[in-house]
Every structure is written in C-alpha cells, then in structure tokens.
Design a protein. Structure first.
Lengths: 451, 562
C-alpha cells in the first residue's frame, strides 16, 4: 500500500545525527478521507468514541420509568437517573424506546444488547460478536492520521479487562486499565509535543520500520496455506501491524500545533477497589487524560468502559454487588421501582457526568473538545432485573463539529437500536449507509439529530 | 469485507480436501546445512495458537538466557470450555498487543546482542564489526530463526531478514545492530507469536493428512515443558524420527524425565484449575480487613505449591487433590487461616488438622476467595466452578426469560436460606439445584476463605444434597468428588484438549475411554497420563479447518482478491 518511502536514501541523510528536514512522499494516510486536502491543524478534527456502562437504567413495567424523559424533542425534562448529565443537557441527545431484536438468536444475558448495538448482529453465543464493532469502522474512516487509531480504556477496575471492541468477533481490544497505563500510552515514550519549537525526527524510527517490512514481505506466502478462521485471525494481525507502521510514519511527521495541548502530570497509581465511588473517580481521572490525548491529537477514536455488562461495582461496605441487587431487589409496590437499584443507576451515571465534564473542560477554538466529539453512550440492557432488550438506554453527546443537532430526546418504541448506531457512525464521518442484519438491518439513521 | 468474512461463517467454503489428487510425498530430508528448508507447497496451516505469556517468557529464556528482562503487559487471554488453551487458539492480536510485542522484540534483541552477551549467543565471529558479513548473518538468522519459528526458515523468510540485517548494518555502521533488527523481525513475526500447526499429506495413507514433524515437536515440547522445542527435539523433527514409534518414545522419555516437566505440568494445572486473576482480585476492605494483594498472591502460590508437590513431586493419586490436607503456608496466609506461623522460612509445609474442616484444593483460600463476591461468599459461584473445573460440567447461561420479579428480597440470615428462597422459583431451580449444593457445603468459609460457623448470628448448616448424594461440609464434598468417576474423566479429556487445542471428537470416544482406563490402572498419576497421551497417535490427530480449499494456490488468489 503506502510502502513507497525510500528508507535507505532517507536514512543516509539522518543517521549521521543531522536533523535534516525531510521531504516525505505524499502518503495516503496524510490526506483526509477524500484524499483532496491536507488534514491540517487549522481545521479541528471530529473525534468519535463509545462510552459503556453496565446494567442499563431503571424502567419498570410496574410503574413507569426513572430515566425516560416525559417530553420529546429539544429541552427534554431531566429525570432522576439522568440527574448527573443535567448540566450538559443541551449537548446530549437521549434515545429511548429502541430495542435489540435477536430474531432467532437467543437473548444472551448482558451480552446480546450491546453486541447488537455495536456490531449490528445478535450473536449466537456469549463472549463472541458476529461482526466487527462500529468503532473499528469509524476508526478506519477517521483514525488513520494519528498515532493511535483507537484508544481503548477500561475504568471499571474489574477482575478482567473489559472491552467490547473487536474486528474478528473473538479477539477484543486490550484496554488500558489504569490512569498510569493510559498516561504512559499517551504521553510516555514516543509522545511528540505538537507545540514544540525544536521538533526533529527520530532517526531510529526508520530502522524500526525495517523490522516490520521483513514481516509484511512474508504475508502472501503465509496466507497461501491457511483456512478461513485463521485467515481472519491473521488479517487482524496484519491490521495491527499496519497500525504500528502508521504510528511510526506519524512520528516521522512534524505534528500540527494544537493550542489546547498541554502535557499533563503523570498520575499516581490508584488503589484498586471496585466500589462505585472509586470507579467514578477513576473514570474522571482517565477521562481527563483521554481528553488531553484527544486535544494533543494522539488519537481521534476511543472506546471507554465505565463498568462491564454484569457490573460488579457496589456501594462501599455493602456486601451485594450492583448486578446482584438488580435481580434480587423487589420492586417497591408504592414507588413502583427498585429503590436501591435506581440509586446505583444514578451513581453510575455520575461517572458519565464526570466524563462529560472532562471532555467539556478543554477549550478548542470557539467551543470545547466535547463540541468536536461524538460520544455514543450505551448500556447492555434495558430493565436489568429481567434482562430486557427493550428500551436500552443510549445517548449521543457532543456536537460532532456541528453535525449533531444536540439536546433532543428521541422516543421510538420498538425501533431497532441499530438506527442509533448508524446515526452515530454517520455523524462521526464514517461512510456507512447501512448497518445490522436480520430485523436489525437498517439504512435509516435518526435524521432528527443530523444537521 | 470483515463483515462478509465473519458472517460468512454461515456458508463455509466448499471443502474438498480429502480424496483428492495424490500429493507428492513431502520432503522431510534434513537440509544439510540445517538452514532454509523449503516448506512443501502442500502443507496446510490447521491451527494458529497464540503463545500465552508463560510460553513466550519460557521460550525467550530458553533461547537467549533466563536473565533477559521481559517487561510488558500481555494481552488478555480467553477461556473456552474451561481452558485457555482452547480460547487462545481462537485469538488474534490487537493493535495494542502488537505494539507490546513489537517493543519487546527490540528490547529483547538489544539485550541478546549487547556487547556482554553477544559472545555467548553468536554462532560465529563476523569478519568485521562495522561491515556486513553475509555468511555469519546467515548462520545467526538460520539458527535463531529455527528456534523461534520452531522449524527451519524458508529461503524467503531468511532472505527478508538478511536484507533487514544488511540494510541495518549499512545504515548504522554496525554489524550487530543489523542483526538486532533482523532478530527483532523474527520476534515480531506471526510464526513466532502464534504456534502455527501444519499438516501435510500422509505418504503412508494416500488421501489422508498428518501433522508435520515440526508441529509434532512443538506439541510435545509445549505439553511437557511449556516452551519451544530445544535443539535435540528440532533435530529429531528434521530427521523424521517423530514419525517412528521408537523415535517418538525416545523424545517422550527424554522430555518427561527432565526436571523441566514440572513447568509443563504446572502450566496445565494453572490452565485447568483456572488459577489466574489473582492480580486483580477485589475485596471490600471494610468487610475483609485481612485481605491485600500479598494475600491474593500467596493464595495463588499456595494452590500451585500444593498441586505440584502432590501430583508432580510425590506423584500421588490425582483424586487426592480433593481430600489431602497437606499444603504450604506463609505468614500472610497463616493469618487468614488463623494458624500461628513459627517457621523462619518464607514458606513452610503444613497439614490442616481435621478441625479446620478443610479438604483439598477447593477448600483453600485461593479457590474460596476467587469464587466469591467482594463482600460476601457465593455458594452459587463456587458450585458452578466446582462443576466446571473438576467435573467438566458447564452451567448454561442463565435463561433470559427467568421471571426475576417473582424473586423476593430475602431477609434471611444465611446464604442457604436466601438461596432456598430462590429455589421456590421453577425458572431458577433447574440450574441452582445443581450449582448450589456443593457451594453450600463450603459455607463455613467466608468470601475470603476464612473459617466461620455463624452468619449474622445464626449457625450455618453445611449439609448438602446433590441429586440424592448427601454430604456434609468441605470434607464430605471432598470424599464425594474423590469417588466421582467424572473427575478422572474430566482430567483425561482436559489433558488431551490442552495439548491439542481440540475437544475430543465424538469419534474419539473409544480412545478417551481407553485413556481413562489406563489412567485408572496406573493409579491416577498425572505425569504418567501425560506420557500416555503424548505417546498415542491420537495426540497428533489432524482436524482440517473449515473452508480449506483443495488447491493451495487457489486459496492464495482468493485471499489476494479480497
């Protein structure tokens, strides 16, 4: 593909220690998706990310809802479980009533819901998706010019790393799980300050490129003798390799200046505990690092997990975890909902509030980073007590550089969740016209929120 | 394209590999120079199994020395049907994972070829340090390429690395820098990071396939040593010895009597017993003040030490893992077990007295704390895991349509009563009547595994009834498991599956039954079981991947066309 640099001739000029100004050939990856203009610093890029939290929000068959606003369209009312995002109401669109439709596939608890939203296909078994997740398609469209194509972050402090991003359906991304790990990825070795006056290309990068080219040279020979499943795996391997090549190529380019980019302090390693206060704090610290990473243009696409599908978070000192409570707690006959569950849902949403606060805190041009982002927030389930695939809460936050008509409540009972997925991809700038399969196949985005 | 290829699973490509044109017998003749053997065009990759962290580390230590520092965070693994060995055969490498391995490759090659270590690992001295020596580079890349790829390099693979080394030498003015780059490239290659298992036409059975010699070598080596084949095993593969009964026996004997077999069996036990996740165990500090990371690490070590001592060092009957109270303690664990620690050593052997109510591996803090919640024990989780790990009985996903609204929150004092409340629900009872009883027998141990007799002031009842089998407490459960034939059968199946990354097929039932019978006859000894399975032809059974096409070149074209 873009292996056209004459490494040898460039290296000759550099290894002597001279800081030559390099005339790199015009690589495809330095052009925008249309290939007709530079992705220059003058225009601020649109970023895309997913934000996942576990166990949905409370919407009981018995007595109404704790989260669905009564009013649709602009200026919707703030319900108890949306309290945490009240300050950002005008920047967040809320989608209610949408459902995952598994057709003949089973309802795999705490799995089918977000698998449907993210991959468009209801999977046949837990732990696998049947198609790549939408973030990879957005990343293929807008993520090619930065050091990292995608950043994967898991703030949940869980027993195992949690990621719902996959290209193969079986191999999921390996997220950074602590602020320190995320800091090192973004601002550790290899970080180039876009605002530095004395930038010079690192001559060892070209030597490192030669390590990879010997591997890619063997790709054809290897692919010749593998079966279908292994082909998919090896394709993913070579995709990962190309991302590394891209990373090295980006580091040979002088970065565009970024006004909002200020190298942050290295965070302290936090104590590991899974209680919701700790997870929310972790979410805030990691969101702050992510926001600066985006402002410094280290990546334009991210996946952020607050808590996993069967969320193990809990209120400190309480012996039961959130997941258990959603199932065990009876519905209060008078209130019409599960009070403890609803309280936890509100606490979990505070994590999203903190996340948005951090994204909105960075100024970019006349607005904020959040205005230039599209954050697709979603959960695994509707009413968690019964593993409902109906009314799974979803939100789109941020202006997507003006493309998103923010601040609306869209209520569409029975509609497929993939309509919101498609909307998110299109707002983020991915050239996708159709998404999903079976009853979830759709070519209809939610046009109300598209400017 | 990705969507098409994944959802295309529904319509697997036409499969017409067998009963095909006669293939010429693949060349197994050793290349005289032990370099650059051409891979037969007829070989087929039948599996790609991602190296796990321990295998990666052990391979590097064996090939370059155990003082090479490996500082990295490895990608998460995936467990399928109870085994990581199965899950890892489905995994690829993410961008973040690739980056880690890429950085490691340069780190390791810089250490391996630094001025101090160089003499020990270089097979030759270059004519000059500042210019490229093709002969010496060829020797170096061939030798280490074979060790890392676990088979000789092809001419093309060698050529690509020679080019890297030559360019690197020219640019840097240093021969060893050039070699470092070539070595890093080997360490980054999929042929190192994945165990690529290959099959070739079987010259003795026309139309059938067999695992090629080097794949056989790797299966043996990873089974017994959890590492790449050593020079002797590679030589045996090159010479075709692994296709003869005697040659195979010689290697099985050599590998299984080496002290390194402890690494191999330990790796298996860690996988089967699911001894992982201790780095990220979470307990609520106000409920379990004695818990900290040191306790978690110690609990893991205790399980490993107990199992290795019992099954490998003393070669006891496997079933004693359910009944033996011989173990090891260190100071942090002694506090949790409420035992005075008097030894001056870091670890000391210890036997739980009868009154401790412990019984075997599942009654240790490691198991009990792993399968519990941050603030409470969980009979259900423990019961599910006991069935899964020791009996190979997997609990299905909870049905989505269970009517949880029928479940009433219970104020009952003990877990048993709370669970019994749930048992009134017909949707729940199907699974819980199986999962809960063994867990209820362990209720004298709290969420950290500490002994207790009371919960919320009420005496805990640890009697259990599992489909008519009645037992009391951990010791009763231990005796029940000791006599349950499913335990032996589960172990045998797991050893086979672990080594081959394939579940035994239905057609292999007789073979598995025969292995179980032999295992029983041999006194349920695990090391003997390893030898027995590795010596059987079924251990090298070929399962052709779905979508394999008849003509290898055709396949290559279809790949390019995508």
């Amino acid at each position: 593909m873009t292996k056209t640099i004459n490494r040898r001739s460039l290296l000759r000029g550099m290894i002597g220690g001279a800081t030559v100004s390099m005339g790199l050939p015009l690589l495809n990856l330095f052009l925008n998706e249309n290939g007709n203009a530079y992705a220059n610093g003058a225009s601020i890029p649109t970023r895309f990310g997913t934000y996942f939290w576990g166990l949905g929000l409370t919407d009981t068959p018995a007595g109404g809802t704790r989260w669905v606003p009564g009013k649709t369209g602009f200026d919707y009312d703030i319900t108890p479980e949306l309290q945490a995002i009240a300050a950002f109401k005008n920047k967040v669109s809320v989608f209610s009533g949408f459902r995952a439709i598994p057709d003949t596939s089973p309802n795999l608890v705490h799995w089918s819901g977000h698998a449907s939203i993210l991959s468009g296909v209801a999977p046949g078994s837990s732990g696998r998706f049947e198609a790549p997740t939408l973030d990879t398609r957005v990343a293929d469209a807008i993520g090619g010019t930065t050091r990292y194509k995608v950043l994967d972050i898991d703030a949940s402090i869980s027993r195992r790393p949690i990621s719902y991003s996959t290209r193969t359906g079986t191999t999921f991304a390996s997220p950074d799980q602590s602020p320190l790990a995320l800091y090192q990825r973004l601002f550790g070795d290899g970080f180039q300050d876009p605002n530095s006056d004395n930038w010079a290309p690192d001559p060892t990068i070209m030597l490192r490129q030669s390590v990879l080219s010997a591997v890619t040279d063997q790709r054809q020979a290897l692919m010749r003798s593998v079966g279908h499943e292994d082909q998919i795996k090896l394709e993913q391997y070579f995709t990962s390799l190309r991302e590394m090549e891209n990373q090295l190529a980006v580091q040979l380019q002088r970065p565009e200046p970024r006004d909002a980019c200020v190298l942050p302090q290295s965070p302290e390693e936090l104590a590991r505990a899974g209680s919701v206060d700790v997870v929310n704090n972790n979410t805030r610290v990691m969101a702050r690092l992510l926001a600066m990473g985006l402002a410094c243009d280290q990546s334009r696409v991210f996946n952020f997990v607050h808590t996993g599908g069967t969320s193990e978070t809990y209120v400190p000192g309480q012996s039961k975890i959130y997941h258990q409570i959603t199932h065990d707690e009876p519905t209060d006959a008078q209130l019409g909902y599960q009070p403890e569950t609803s309280k936890l849902a509100g606490l979990v949403m505070e994590g999203f509030g903190a996340f948005l606060e951090e994204m909105d805190a960075i100024k970019e041009a006349d607005g904020t980073l959040l205005d230039n982002c599209l954050v697709f927030a979603l959960s695994d389930t509707g009413y968690a007590k019964i593993h409902s695939l109906e009314n799974i809460p979803m939100m789109l936050a941020g202006g997507a550089s003006g493309r998103h008509k923010t601040g609306q409540h869209i209520h569409a009972p029975g509609e497929s969740v993939t309509r919101v997925s498609l909307t998110a991809m299109q707002l983020a700038g991915a050239p996708v016209g159709e998404f999903g399969s079976g009853s979830m196949r759709t070519a209809r985005p939610v046009t109300d929120v598209i400017a | 394209m990705k969507i098409a290829s994944i959802s295309g699973l529904a319509a697997p490509l036409a499969f017409c590999l067998l009963a095909s044109t006669p293939f010429s017998a693949p060349s197994l003749a050793a290349d005289a120079n032990n370099t650059a053997a051409e891979q037969s065009n007829n070989t087929l990759v039948v599996a790609t199994r991602r190296l796990n962290e321990a295998q990666y580390r052990q391979s590097i230590a064996d090939i370059f020395g155990d003082d090479i520092l490996i500082n990295a965070r490895f990608e998460p693994e995936r467990r399928e049907r109870g085994l990581l060995a199965l899950g890892n055969a489905t995994l690829s490498l993410t961008a973040a994972g690739f980056e880690q391995f890429f950085n490691l490759s340069q780190d390791i090659s810089a250490q391996a070829l630094d001025a101090e270590r160089r003499d020990a690992i270089m097979p030759c001295v270059p004519a000059a340090n500042s210019s490229f020596d093709a002969t010496c580079a060829t020797r170096f890349i061939s030798q280490y390429g074979e060790l890392l790829f676990r088979r000789p390099l092809t001419q093309a693979e060698l050529g690509a690395r020679l080019a890297t080394a030559a360019t690197g030498t020219e640019q840097s003015g240093d021969f060893h820098t050039g070699l470092q780059l070539a070595l890093a490239s080997l360490l980054t290659a999929p042929e190192f990071l994945f165990r690529m298992e290959r099959a070739e036409p079987d010259p003795e059975h026309v139309g059938q396939w067999r695992l090629d010699a080097h794949t056989r070598a790797s299966r043996l080596s990873f089974l017994f040593w959890n590492s790449a084949p050593d020079a002797a095993l590679l030589a045996a593969a090159r010479n075709g010895e692994l296709f003869t009964e005697q040659g195979l026996q010689t290697q099985v004997q050599r590998l299984s009597t080496s002290p390194r077999v402890e690494d191999g069996i330990t790796a298996f036990l860690l996988d089967m017993m699911q001894i992982d996740g201790f780095d990220s165990m979470i307990k609520d500090a106000s409920i379990y003040p004695k818990f900290n990371q040191l306790v978690a690490d110690s609990a893991r070590q205790q399980m490993v030490k107990t199992l290795v001592d019992l099954l490998v060092v003393r070669e006891r009957d496997y079933r004693e893992i359910f009944t033996s109270n011989d173990t090891f303690l260190n100071r942090p664990l002694a506090a949790v077990y409420q035992v005075p620690y008097t030894s001056t050593e870091e670890w000391a052997p210890y036997t739980f007295p009868d009154s401790a109510e412990r019984s075997g591996i599942f009654s240790q803090v490691g198991f009990l704390s792993q399968y519990a919640h941050p603030g409470t024990s969980s009979p259900t989780l423990r019961g599910i895991k006991l069935h899964e790990i020791f009996l190979c009985e997997h609990t299905p996903e909870p049905p989505a349509d269970v009517d949880f609204s029928a479940v009433r929150d219970s104020d009952a004092a003990t877990s048993r009563e709370r669970l019994l409340d749930h048992m009134s629900n017909p949707g729940c009872i199907v699974c819980h009547q199986r999962s809960d009883p063994p867990g209820l027998a362990l209720e004298h141990f709290d969420g950290l595994g500490q002994m207790r007799k009371y919960e919320n002031g009420q005496l805990i009842d640890v009697s259990a009834d599992l489909f008519g089998n009645q037992f009391v407490g951990a010791q009763g459960l231990g005796r029940f498991l000791y006599h349950d034939p499913r335990a032996s059968s589960c172990l045998v199946r797991n050893v086979y599956t672990y080594g081959t990354a394939q579940m035994p097929a239905g057609s292999q039932r007789a073979y598995i039954n025969e292995q179980i019978a032999q295992f029983t006859e041999n006194g349920h000894r695990l090391p003997t079981l390893f030898r027995q399975i590795a010596s059987s032809p079924e251990f090298f059974h070929v399962v052709l991947p779905e979508g394999t096409q008849q003509d290898a070149n055709q396949l290559a074209e279809s790949v390019t066309a995508q």
